[in-house]
Ligand binder design. Structure first.
Ligand SMILES: Cc1cc2nc3c(=O)[nH]c(=O)nc-3n(C[C@H](O)[C@H](O)[C@H](O)COP(=O)(O)OP(=O)(O)OC[C@H]3O[C@@H](n4cnc5c(N)ncnc54)[C@H](O)[C@@H]3O)c2cc1C
Length: 287
């Protein structure tokens, strides 16, 4: 690095990583630097001993400012919170139907959601190790509900693929794993990877890929009852007079590859910080 150029600040460095490699990489970097590790919160602090008549001004009515205000007021300080925006909450912010918002580019947005729907403009997930947040939610009776990070039955959509028909996330996920396993097995069985893996590892990989990709005895990913146990049936198994179960048909490999739908879906799986269970306030983060 050029000695004449100033080193980037921590914030600039993390922002650069976020912009170039995405949020998951930035979070990873923050964890490595020790800024996104598990909360050390054990119990509410017991501040006391405010000098008589002492007052404190807090800039910003976000989660941090409001928590500080609450605790300092309890400790006996006269607290004033100054907030630049016309609402509290900072980045914890929920838009409800009828709310109006002016975007940075100047565009006016009026939220026209169905009754009960809302949009979290900032944070939306409470990972299990955010102990302090859970503590204050409980204290202030903010009802929580599970946050569903991934829904296999949700749809992925690309206008120019599958005639615009949306595809289930679970189907895309299972099928791409099956096809990749099939191709890798094929390459190994042809000896194409002999330089890279030992004979013993090759055997282990083949066994693993057969199970992981749900391949048949010829290492193919095909329409079958086995693959349907994972991607869903076209007619589900029933009992009594119900019709026989019918396996579902995997998305054709060329169409799936061309759609590129499969390439982005692993963004959902962002290390331990987003593992289940996660929570969200009922009615949105603004609560
Ligand atoms: C898009 C997005 C998604 C996120 N997702 C998650 C998530 O899912 N889970 C999670 O845990 N975290 C998430 N975060 C991070 C989380 O939002 C923040 O960690 C948290 O809101 C920070 O709270 P804070 O009080 O420190 O700051 P803020 O919420 O930013 O509050 C700062 C407040 O100070 C005000 N202010 C600033 N300067 C001044 C000034 N000079 N005078 C007066 N007021 C001032 C601002 O207007 C603001 O209201 C997300 C953040 C974003 C942007």
């Amino acid at each position: 690095m050029n000695d004449l150029l100033p080193s980037p600040t921590r914030r600039q460095l993390l922002a650069m990583i976020g912009k170039t490699a995405g949020a998951a990489a930035m979070y990873q970097a923050m964890t490595t630097l020790g800024f996104a590790s598990e909360s050390s919160f054990k119990q509410e602090m017991t501040l006391k001993g405010a000098p008589a008549g002492a007052s404190i001004v807090i800039l910003g009515a976000g989660l941090a400012g409001l928590t500080a205000a609450y605790e300092l007021r309890k400790a006996g300080y006269k607290v004033t919170v100054l907030e630049y925006q016309n609402r509290g909450g900072g980045r914890s912010w929920t838009l409800n139907s009828g709310d109006k918002y002016t975007e940075l580019g100047g565009e006016q947005v009026t939220c026209n959601f169905q009754k009960g729907n809302y949009f979290n403009g900032g944070p939306w997930r409470l990972p299990i190790h955010h102990y302090a947040v859970f503590h204050y939610c409980k204290k202030f009776n903010v009802a929580l509900q599970p946050f569903i990070q991934t829904n296999d039955r949700a749809y992925l959509h690309r206008t120019n693929h599958f005639n615009g028909a949306p595809q289930r996330l679970g189907d895309v996920q299972n099928d791409i794993r099956g096809y990749v396993s099939e191709l890798l097995s094929k390459a190994m069985n042809k000896g194409s990877l002999d330089d890279a893996v030992t004979t013993e590892d090759k055997e282990k990989l083949l066994v693993g890929l057969k199970g992981w990709g749900v391949l048949d005895n010829n290492y193919r990913y095909v329409k079958s009852h086995e693959t349907s146990k994972h991607r869903g049936y076209s007619v589900y198994p029933g009992g009594g007079l119900m019709p026989d179960a019918q396996p579902s048909t995997p998305i054709p490999r060329d169409k799936l590859l061309n759609s590129e739908m499969w390439a982005d879906i692993y963004n959902n799986y962002t290390v331990h910080v987003h593992q289940p269970a996660m929570f969200q306030p009922v009615g949105g983060m603004g609560k």
